[in-house]
Design a protein around this ligand. Sequence first.
Ligand code: PLP
Length: 437
Amino acid sequence: MAHDEQDPRRAVPRTDLVLADPRLQRAGSALGPRLIKQAVRTAQDRARAGMIAPSEVTDVAVGLLPSAATSIQPVLNATGIVLHTNLGRARLSTAALQAIERAGGATDVEFDLDTGRRARRGRGALAALRAAVPAAGAVAVVNNGAAALLLAVTALAAGREVVISRGELVEIGDGFRLHELITSTGARLREVGSTNRTKLSDYADAIGPDTGCIVKVHPSNFSICGFTSSVAVDDLAGLGVPVVADIGSGLLAADPLLADEPDADSMLRSGAAVVTASGDKLLGGPQAGLLLGEAEIIERLRRHPMARAVRVDKLTLAALEATVSGPATPTWHSLHVEPEALRARTEAVAAAVADVLGASVVPSDGAVGGGSAPGLSLPGWALALPAPYAHRLRTGQPPVVGRVEDGRCLLDLRCVPAECDPLIIDAINNAARQEAR
Ligand SMILES: *Cc1c(COP(=O)(O)O)cnc(C)c1O
């Protein structure tokens, strides 16, 4: 062929000529010049290496264009784990997504349109949280749950002592330990009790003039049973020092399905001075840290210099308000879906992929995940496929992430929006064709 005999560098079309292609021009408004040039350069490199013909460079460059200017890919969570940390925890509601879109440009997040002056940042989200948690005298929002605890401990106990039970020295994930977060503020740990048993007198004996606060951590990602005891917030609240209760999950009010998960309202009624929680766990909202509690203490936290370093952005405030004020979240639906409804959807998918060898509908328990409610399983159903499907489905478009268990790939529809079931069917059929090849 002619192009093999020429110097390939001369045969490869020049960048400006490729860029003139109307398809690449059109993509410019969504992707910008950098990503488009990158695709062109990759195609040119392939031509220089002899992998494609010079005449194919433009078409290949078009094929290489990314579908968006972000490399983060939406995936279908078919793991049955509602708050999957590696998949970004809570899936936002449509209301929250719309709120983010509204807040993307210039907004009145910290501005009073009537007076033309500065206003309380995110006051709508704060008011929504206060309305949802009547026992809270005031509310503040920071970047995440860890930042909420950091701010509370810094403001109440930096340079002083934090009294905490040895049964509550928790590692939350990826090697991060809450007691190391506490000491990073300059507070000293005063550990009391033992791994399995801590009594009220252990706390009482440890409290002195140097005590900044008691921290009570909900052991959200493990459970301990047998010869155990711990002290409830009601009792700790009588000891005369502020109790910071880290509930983790972000449940604002009690949920009978999650009987062992503490909620913010109950904790404050029990006498906690401050409750800290995450926005993207059981609350089902964006990543955020909630601080709810006595008005005077919350105001102190808000005025602390560190508050500025953990300030939350306008997109989060918008999504958080829509999560609290708007309709039930995808997280709530995934937790409360009827097993029979899951069975019907799973059987419909199975019927649509009946040609796939070894596909069957099996009982399968989902889980809350995200370090919440570790012992709780959520009864449901899954489509079992041969194990090699797991990788093919993950690398398809859109990626479908299942669970590999006992040498099978399980697809659990609990966290898949029902309107996406056809995408799951297509993905399985595509994966089956890969097998046939
Ligand atoms: C998840 C969790 C945290 C950390 O919250 P992030 O929002 O992930 O920073 C802290 N404490 C407890 C008890 C948790 O469960």
